[in-house]
Design a protein around this ligand. Structure first.
Ligand code: CMX
Length: 436
């Protein structure tokens, strides 16, 4: 059975050659214009980044190396006794472009479990943080501190060839992914169940099986399966989203993966990005409190208008690229539809009913280019139903997941020798001069 590193070693030369050809034969090819609206509009739509693992089509949604979410759910190995995609099989696909065998998936699970313990000084550091500090801030601090053991940084200091960068990057990336469950679970217990000891990592479990166990939900098979799916689906969403882009930008300075991903987490912690899943639950519960138990489409509509008229965004709706319902939203809805116990959940039903009403209201409101739900509209309510009720923690789970894609790209960026990212900025005066 070939390991992830061995498989990458085989795949990388072909990609390097593909890129070399592109550079030598087509470096001057024009693939788009830069408009003033791109510069003042958050670079929306500007094709300006290389990102290998996934491409987002505005209408169809995400594809990971060409595979749609339904394709992935069919072909990617799950955990023993489970049905959903797991982080390891998604990571393997993102990294190599290939579907791993069952044996390769298990081997990667074991490798990650063996690397999963936190250094004692990071445990102490995280334990010293106040429980009132937002869990995302705690996660970013913990991830940054893990750079103490960066093999890339140590090797760079000794002096290594550019062609070797990616191997050290890969070691760091796998170490970081392996340690995220223990770090994220420690934060959860410190904040919500102080004094509860963290169980040891089980070497026979997959990464998210362990995460669920460390959180205290090891016996909750439904939640564990949901976490597996959630984390696999949130793994990558091409390169331009704020968290992935941040990791890429910081990594382009040859900052190690810990520092790069820590920065990415602080981008994910914004309410227009990853924090939206926390916001959705807060907002849906406020809606439930206001409209009471008699939940009708009409009452939801009134509440939506109230939110919009007060100048706030409707969390969980709209997207920078997507122009249709998010296939990740659809996959999580399908997860709910397939489980009768979830049909009884008032919060899951409220989220579903809201998704039936909100697109028409947002269309009438007329501002957003995409009136449909994104993944954050539904990701939290299932966690809530299955007992993980602390919604300030939800973005941490997103943070455990997004490492899969953002760190994959760091490995590839170094394997492909991508340079320091440094776009040109202009002042308003300079922009005006260019126009006239
Ligand atoms: N509710 C109300 N207004 C919205 C809206 C929503 N859900 N989505 C977009 N708009 C508004 C924008 O605020 C903007 O208003 P202004 O012209 O006054 O600035 C206008 O519609 C046009 O925005 P857009 O081009 O359609 O969307 P953007 O690419 O600028 O922003 C996003 C995308 C996600 C930030 C935005 O849709 C939003 O704020 N959604 C709610 C928060 C959310 O769910 N974020 C999670 C996204 C997924 C993720 O990253 O996790």
């Amino acid at each position: 059975t070939k390991s992830l590193k061995e498989t990458l070693q085989e795949v990388i030369p072909g990609k390097q050659e593909q890129l070399r050809k592109l550079k030598t034969e087509h470096a001057q090819a024009v693939i788009g214009d830069v408009k003033v609206e791109n510069i003042i509009g958050g670079m929306r739509g500007l094709k300006a980044m290389l990102w290998e693992a996934s491409v987002l089509d505005p209408n169809e949604g995400i594809r990971f190396h060409g595979l749609s979410i339904p394709d992935c759910r069919k072909v990617l190995p799950s955990a023993p006794g489970g049905k959903e995609i797991i982080a390891e099989s998604m990571l393997w696909l993102l990294m190599t472009g290939k579907v791993p065998s069952e044996a390769q998936t298990r081997q990667l699970s074991r490798e990650l479990a063996e690397k999963g313990e936190l250094p004692p000084f990071v445990e102490k550091l995280v334990d010293s943080l106040p429980a009132t500090l937002h869990p995302m801030t705690q996660l970013g601090i913990g991830v940054a501190a893990l750079n103490h053991d960066s093999v890339f940084q140590a090797a760079y200091e000794k002096g290594i060839k550019k062609s070797e960068y990616w191997t050290y990057m890969l070691d760091d990336c796998l170490n970081l992914i392996a340690r995220l469950p223990a770090l994220a679970a420690r934060i959860y217990l410190n904040v919500y169940q102080p004094g509860t000891p963290l169980p040891a990592i089980n070497k026979d479990l997959d990464l998210i099986g362990n995460y669920s166990t460390l959180l205290g939900f090891g016996d909750n098979h439904n939640l564990t399966e949901y976490l597996r799916l959630y984390i696999a689906l949130h793994g990558d969403h091409e390169g331009g989203n704020a968290s992935a882009h941040t990791a890429h930008l910081v990594g382009s300075t040859l900052s190690d993966p810990y520092l790069s991903y820590s920065a990415a987490l602080f981008a994910l912690a914004g309410p227009l990005h990853g924090l939206a899943n926390q916001e959705v639950l807060r907002w849906q519960f406020a809606m439930q409190e206001e409209i009471g138990s008699d939940v009708s489409h009409e009452k939801i509509k009134e509440y939506l208008w109230k939110t919009l008229k007060s100048g706030q965004v409707v969390p969980g709706y709209g997207h920078g690229v997507l122009r249709n319902p998010d296939p990740r939203f659809i996959a999580l809805q399908e997860f709910c539809d397939a489980r009768p116990e979830l049909h009884e959940s008032s919060i899951i039903q409220l989220v579903k009913k809201t998704s039936e009403v909100a697109p028409a209201v947002l269309k009438e409101h007329g501002k957003t280019k995409n009136p449909y739900p994104n993944v954050d509209a539904t990701s939290g309510c299932v966690l809530y139903h299955y007992g993980l009720k602390e919604f300030k923690y939800y973005t941490v789970i997103f943070g455990v997941s997004r490492a899969l894609g953002a760190l994959t790209q760091l490995v590839w960026a170094r394997a492909l020798g991508l340079p320091l990212e440094r776009p040109k900025s202009l002042s308003i005066d300079a922009l005006e001069k260019l126009i006239t």
